[in-house]
Design a protein around this ligand. Sequence first.
Ligand SMILES: [Zn+2]
Length: 385
Amino acid sequence: MVCCVCLNDDGLSRLVRDKGTIGQCGYCWSPKPNVEIFPLTLVLKEAERRIRKEWCDPSRTDVPFRYIEDYLSGCYSFSEVMDRIGWEIPNWTLRTDCVQAFGDHEWRRIKWLNGANTISSAWEEFKHTVKYERRYTFLGGTKGETNRKKSTARTIQNLFSTIDGACRRASLITQFDTGNKFWRGRVFNSDDTPNIPSDLTSPPIKCCTAPNRMSPPGIAMFYGADDFDTAKMEVAASSGRTPLAAKTFIGVQFANVIPLTILDLTQINPRSSYFDDDSAADKAICNFLIGFAEDVSMPIEKAQRKSIDYVPTQVFTEYVKYVMKGMARRSINGIKYRSAHTERGCWVIFANQSECLANMDPEQGRVSRQILGCVDGSIRSEEIQ
Ligand SMILES: [Zn+2]
């Protein structure tokens, strides 16, 4: 008999708690009141059922021999399989019993059943498509795709809706009340006197000429940060190696004047049990989202900006803005991610210049509802060395 504590896995522990009885564990032997135990053989039967969905004994697989290298990973011992699926058992006796129960044959991962591979390959396929094949009508059909692509569990058509569902289940879509503050700044020549706030809002359309990770030229978005230093680091990094001598970074706070529904990529928690069937696919998507979050926060110098590389994240951002929905079918107003420089929160808010200003000259741009407003007296500047 084994207890839910010794198994050290949320999914397997849940099984023991649901089906087990209170009793003495054969591994820790410490008297713990109210700890459920369950026969190890039955626990391992359940673990094996889950593991065999992704791992197999290469000598007993249905995969024809000539395809083995295409469809199966390299060989691992069961002990290595445990490391790869993140199942750590601190109790050495229990670990040894588990390893022995699974036999000493080799194990190989079935590549085409791996959730992470599937979503990653769908994302790679999507990236290739929007960069080099079709940029505006990729949701239009599957004409011309090979059978192998058609049989991929998640094609480009349902890639985003799969991610959408995973974000919802992982509670990554969060409502922020009014008054949340965001630092935003720009680098000026030290003798400039910028207009505050209009020189620090999202850029006016005529200035939106450079591609950004999440917004293409012509589409203005508000990029901000949780604190002054993060805003400064993010801007300094994107300004590249141009000499910043005699330059000043001027920052100001904006606050949201309406509640915001945000896709919060800083809340991704990839640590869940391998043995939860439900979470296996979601975990793969979480890993994908972590990669996506790293991708959008990766610093790139202005001189290196190649517009084509941003197309996939720009398309995904547009999907978040127009298709993904929050609670009560509310539109998403922005994405929060982690700064690569300070690990603190960075924000892209879907607000153009007029949506950052209380009073907007109608001739300067389309008048729409105000989303953000400048916080009085928040201006702060720092010379840049
Ligand atoms: Zn125990």
